[in-house]
Ligand binder design. Structure first.
Ligand SMILES: Cc1cc2nc3c(=O)[nH]c(=O)nc-3n(C[C@H](O)[C@H](O)[C@H](O)COP(=O)(O)OP(=O)(O)OC[C@H]3O[C@@H](n4cnc5c(N)ncnc54)[C@H](O)[C@@H]3O)c2cc1C
Length: 359
């Protein structure tokens, strides 16, 4: 029987795996993709993410991450700019996730790529995992790090309607800036990528006009975001899609917090535990921190429900503020842009207050 099995090799699963291995209890990590791939993500990493990555042995500068020091905002004819109150970077998810998986292997974690878990259930004091191929796998402890994906038998009570859409672009984006652009049904983030090009990523209401087409076609996605503001129209005019179709993920449960279930539940980390609105660009930091915290709970023998309740209490306040900011960005973007223009200090406070990637 395996000791701890972690399902999912994203930031949360890798952070937990590295921490457990360093504590002398290397887990088995199962990842369904054969290699690290691009994910729907704005790729914005603030200093809370950088701090945990550093502790895990990853150096953002050495990985080629692009420094980001300011935020530009556009809604209709309105625009604003502010300096970020913390250091930040942009790094493609395929690069970040590959580096984390490599660090996990180097720490002594047994990493098995291309292994999809089809479901899991309690088996005595432990767990029995059903693999998509091969015999069932017994495990003493189970850590779910499957992101937004539900595992059969262990679905969360998370319901969401938001659609995430991501498109790599060729051409130049504003230097050292994250650009937040209001558009019909939500907002998009644009930022430079290492070696040139940019990433455009949006959180959208799938019922809004034009959104279904935007999720299927790169040209339609660019046109949809460009129609939302003069700033987007100007910036996107100089950028071209690097692929014909965007990546998309449906049913994102923004604001969901897992508050602890019955004593038979597995550990849930990353997006399985809490999903911060992507407007704040802190999901990866939260995932990393929740992985470290769960590893510590496993090491100390804290039961999963008690661990989940403590984590929920720690992130609830920041998640409420993140929800308010994301709501303003989607429903009253001119108020948000105007607010940044007249009260940049308040905007910087809110940006800082929504860094929830603490262990
Ligand atoms: C539109 C959008 C924009 C975002 N922008 C940002 C941003 O700019 N900055 C930021 O910090 N965060 C952002 N986020 C959030 C961030 O992407 C997530 O919070 C983060 O990826 C969560 O990490 P995770 O490890 O929990 O899950 P994931 O990164 O999703 O990793 C889960 C892993 O589990 C694997 N898996 C799933 N099911 C199985 C299975 N059955 N068997 C085996 N493996 C499985 C998957 O293949 C995947 O590799 C954004 C999210 C969205 C939707």
């Amino acid at each position: 029987m395996s000791g701890t099995v972690i399902v999912g090799g994203g930031p949360a699963g890798c952070a937990a795996a590295i921490a457990l291995a360093r504590a002398g209890a290397p887990p088995l990590l199962l990842e369904r993709d054969p290699r690290a791939t691009e994910k729907v993500c704005g790729e914005f990493l603030a200093e809370d993410a950088a701090r945990v990555l550093g502790a895990l042995g990853l150096d953002l500068a050495a990985l080629g991450a692009v420094p980001i020091s300011r935020a530009l905002l556009g809604a209709g004819r309105h625009a604003a700019e502010m300096a970020l109150p913390f250091a930040a970077w942009g790094l493609p998810r395929a690069t970040l996730d590959a580096a984390l998986l490599e660090a996990a292997g180097a720490a002594g974690v047994v990493v098995r790529m291309g292994v999809a878990v089809g479901g899991a259930a309690r088996d005595g004091d432990g767990w029995r995992l059903r693999l998509a191929a091969g015999p069932a796998l017994p495990a003493a402890r189970l850590v779910l790090a499957t992101g937004k994906h539900e595992l059969r038998g262990l679905q969360r009570a998370a319901r969401g309607t938001a659609l995430g859409v991501k498109l790599p672009l060729e051409g130049a984006a504003p230097e050292a800036a994250i650009v937040l652009l209001a558009c019909d049904g939500g907002y998009a983030g644009l930022q430079p990528r290492p070696g040139g090009g940019a990433n455009l990523c949006a959180a959208l209401d799938p019922r809004a006009l034009g959104v279904a087409a935007a999720a299927r076609s790169a040209e339609a996605f660019l046109a949809h975001v460009a129609a939302g503001s003069a700033l987007a129209e100007r910036l996107l005019a100089g950028l071209r899609p690097a692929q014909p179709r965007p990546l998309a993920v449906a049913g994102v449960p923004y604001g969901f917090i897992h508050r602890g279930g019955d004593r038979d539940e597995p550990f849930r980390i990353g997006d399985q535990a809490a999903v911060i609105p992507s407007f704040c660009g802190d999901g990866v930091a939260m995932a990393l921190a929740s992985g470290l915290a769960a590893a510590e709970a496993v090491r100390r023998g804290v039961p999963a429900p008690a661990h989940h309740a403590a984590r929920a209490a720690a992130v609830a306040g920041g998640m409420r503020l993140a929800g308010l900011m994301a709501w303003l960005a989607a429903h009253a973007p001119r108020v948000l842009v105007g607010g940044v223009g007249v009260a940049p200090g308040l905007a910087r406070w809110a940006a800082r207050r929504t860094r929830l990637g603490v262990g």
